[in-house]
Design a protein around this ligand. Structure first.
Ligand SMILES: NC(=O)c1ccc[n+]([C@@H]2O[C@H](COP(=O)([O-])OP(=O)(O)OC[C@H]3O[C@@H](n4cnc5c(N)ncnc54)[C@H](O)[C@@H]3O)[C@@H](O)[C@H]2O)c1
Length: 250
């Protein structure tokens, strides 16, 4: 499906080398956006960009470490050539230690690293891309339903995603009059490479408590992101939408 209004508009997707980010990048390209695959892992990022091009879309890989201010500045300098930037999907994140330590046992270094990537990263990227953004513009922050559910033994990740949700609301208020909407998507536990290491017990928790019990796939999420990037979401901002088969309801 190609959205005529999307043609030639640039959307930056961070962490699009694999998993949900890759699925979102592929969908955005299929919808007619020019996609910047901004990714830490060069091999993954190049692969996604090549896959998008092979499918007839337009994509460029740009190396990015969202935790490194100099790297984020370099991203902005690179995409300035393709400005204005219409959309930003803040997807890159770390989720190490799922179902591992209780909050009192989490190492300070692990906590700080996760915060630098997951919470500070989306802010830094938005901060540097904002001067390049068009009106209308779209920012979609990828949070997690773990922050809504309060998943145990994951406090560092949950705190970082709670920050993403709060940041979404503050940015939405600041950017509303500038024609930029800011929303958060909170995925549930999805079947991707990264979640293969998640303990079976956590998969079972989701299976038992979803309204739709079948496993969640990346394609279950991309339609919502496409809508949030599209024209028809123009009056929707500051919202957190959980896509998790009804695991959480709020
Ligand atoms: N998969 C799930 O079940 C699930 C559930 C809830 C939320 N999420 C969220 O969805 C998003 C994508 O998750 P995923 O499972 O596809 O993850 P993933 O690990 O498969 O992909 C994340 C990508 O981000 C990249 N990345 C990591 N650190 C980076 C950095 N500092 N700078 C730039 N890129 C970096 C990685 O190289 C990787 O390609 C994340 O924000 C995650 O927290 C995922």
């Amino acid at each position: 499906m190609t959205d005529a209004s999307a043609e030639r508009r640039t959307v930056v997707v961070t962490g699009a080398g694999r998993g949900l980010g890759e699925a979102m990048a592929r969908r955005a390209a299929a919808d007619g956006f020019r996609v910047v695959v901004a990714e830490l892992n060069e091999e993954r990022g190049s692969r996604t960009a090549a896959a998008v091009r092979d499918a007839g879309g337009e994509a460029e890989f740009v190396p990015l470490d969202v935790a490194d201010p100099a790297s984020v500045e370099a991203l902005a300098a690179r995409v300035a050539a393709a400005a204005p930037v219409y959309g930003l999907v803040n997807n890159a994140a770390l989720a190490n230690g799922v179902g591992g330590k209780e909050f009192q046992d989490i190492d300070v270094e692990v906590w700080d690293r996760l915060m630098a990537v997951n919470a500070r990263g989306p802010w830094l990227v938005a901060r540097h891309l904002l001067p390049l953004m068009s009106r209308p513009g779209r920012i979609v922050n990828i949070a997690s339903d773990a922050a809504l559910y309060g998943s145990p033994r994951l406090a560092h990740y949950i705190a970082s995603k709670g920050a993403v949700i709060a940041l979404t609301r503050a940015m939405a208020r600041e950017l509303g009059e500038r024609g930029i909407t800011v929303n958060a998507v909170a995925p549930g536990l999805t079947e991707v490479e990264a979640t293969e290491a998640v303990p079976a017990e956590r998969h079972a928790l989701y299976a038992a408590n979803r309204a739709i019990s079948r496993p969640q796939q990346p394609d279950d999420l991309v339609g919502l992101v496409a809508f949030l990037l599209g024209e028809e979401s123009r009056y929707l901002t500051g919202q957190v939408i959980a896509v998790n088969g009804g695991f959480t309801m709020h």
